[in-house]
Design a protein. Structure first.
Length: 471
């Protein structure tokens, strides 16, 4: 049995941020090479602290879904997963045994050599008849002074594609460092130029900064006044959203596993938690704000406050993904980074099989079954606030300065809207969903939303209109 975990950044503010990781997870599930594909996030749930607990097998490969190495892949993710590793990840990855699971943490997908094929695929989409007679390629990176590895990857891809012989010229240019993208008219001689942004997704840079710096007016732009005019520039979509990235992820995962044979076993604690939960569900149960009712060999899920409403008055959802996407926003359309906040939208019902139920409940309340079961069996260890505060790095180091009163002030606001009980603040929880109390959910450790709000409080910026931080 083998589990694949994809790690994304996610966002407290914007529901689209996690979308790319969801899509790749779906593509990889369809391929069926892993018994499960699980997503974990820095700013959403399941969080990096929880995600390994939600995994079914004892053989786990973790892939950071980032385009380049940097602060998140080298500092935040290894720290939060508890890998006991900081700094550059070696090419063979980092292997650890954590809680009885063999965990392999790899480099981010963006540094894999197979990304050159993805760049070529993007170039071909923009210019199908590209050829070595008259076509130049520009691999366009962000460039940054903070992490030299991010530029190295762009140079390496440019080098591989130069050697491939598909292009007359190949250039590596950058937005934020030399050689800059604006210098392309001097650098490129060929009459046709394909530009492939080495970026994770469409965004401000790919939609605005790059076209502006290059003078592009659309996907195809004619230039009559460059030193080597006439020239036509073909602007490709960013590499990070290409479906072939799923293949790169699989290659990376296979390489990380190396010669390690047949995979692991089913994780016993995980299996016990879900068996106990399914036994409850078969009789009909509630978890958080959701009501689960067995119905003619299937299960119906709906908001508990919609109990008794006629099915015809509710929107019927029939897939796990449909339910997930519908419940990622509250009724006002706002993103729900913390699923146990009491804002599950009403007005829907989902009809699912027993095989689908665990993933549906996982999406509705990530890690809640596993953590509630651990608490029920006295195996959930709480992490007190000072420990969480000390662990923070980067812009969050300042939360260590928060007084207990400030933390309480923020928690009164944020956590009072949440179903969870703060074990990390010394609160006690005598029951759980496993003892028949659907809203009794343990919070073992302050979530990243609370940490971010405490940071705002310490900075004196909390509650300011339009203020929000998402790094
Ligand atoms: Fe909920 Fe507060 Fe725990 Fe975050 S820290 S999950 S808001 S109880």
């Amino acid at each position: 049995m083998r589990s694949l975990v994809l790690i994304g950044h996610g966002s407290h503010l914007n529901g689209e941020s996690a979308g790319a990781v969801y899509r790749y997870a779906e593509l990889l599930r369809e391929r069926g090479l892993y018994d499960e594909v699980v997503e974990g996030y820095w700013k959403e749930e399941p969080s990096l602290r929880q995600v390994l607990r939600t995994v079914r097998s004892t053989d786990v490969t973790v892939i950071p879904m980032f385009i380049s190495e940097g602060y998140f892949t080298e500092t935040v993710i290894p720290r939060e997963l508890g890998l006991g590793h900081q700094g550059p990840v070696p090419p063979e990855g980092v292997g650890r045994v954590l809680g009885g699971k063999t965990v392999r943490y790899t480099l981010p997908y963006g540094v894999h050599p197979a990304m050159s094929d993805v760049i070529l695929a993007r170039a071909r989409e923009a210019l199908p008849d590209l050829n070595p007679e008259d076509t130049a390629l520009i691999v366009l990176g962000h460039g940054t002074t903070r992490n030299q590895n991010s530029n190295r990857v762009v140079y390496e891809n440019a080098g591989r594609l130069r050697e491939s012989g598909h292009f007359a010229e190949v250039h590596a240019l950058f937005l934020d460092e030399d050689p800059r993208v604006g210098t392309w008219p001097e650098a490129v001689k060929a009459s046709r130029v394909v530009v492939v942004p080495f970026f994770a997704s469409e965004g401000w840079h790919t939609l605005e900064t790059i076209p502006e710096d290059m003078g592009l007016t659309g996907q195809v732009t004619e230039f009559a006044d460059t030193p080597n005019a006439p020239q036509t520039v073909y602007y490709a979509a960013p590499v990070g959203t290409h479906p072939d990235v799923a293949e790169v992820v699989l290659q990376l995962a296979q390489e990380a596993r190396g010669a390690s044979g047949a995979g692991g076993d089913e994780d016993r604690t995980h299996a016990q938690a879900w068996e106990a939960f399914l036994a409850l569900a078969r009789r009909g149960t509630r978890i958080g704000e959701a009501l689960i009712t067995p119905q003619a060999g299937m299960f119906e899920l709906r908001h508990a406050l919609d109990e008794g409403r006629h099915a015809a008055d509710l929107q019927t959802l029939v897939t796990v993904e449909g339910l997930r996407d519908h419940t990622r926003r509250d009724e006002g359309g706002h993103h729900r980074p913390v699923h146990t906040l009491r804002n599950l939208p009403r007005g829907w019902r989902a009809i699912l099989t027993e095989a689908e139920l665990p993933r549906a409940v996982h999406n509705l309340y990530p890690a809640v079954v596993e953590e509630s079961y651990a608490h029920h069996t006295h195996n959930l260890r709480a992490t007190p606030w000072p420990t969480t505060a000390r662990r923070q790095t980067g812009i969050y180091t300042k939360v260590i300065r928060a007084t207990p009163e400030q933390v309480e002030e923020v928690a009164r606001d944020v956590c009072s809207r949440c179903l969870k009980t703060r074990l990390w603040a010394g609160e006690r929880l005598g029951s759980t969903v496993f003892s028949g109390v659907p809203g009794a959910i343990p919070c073992a450790e302050a979530c990243t939303l609370l940490v971010a709000e405490v940071r705002e409080e310490v900075s004196g910026k909390r509650g300011q209109t339009g203020h929000g931080h998402d790094h």
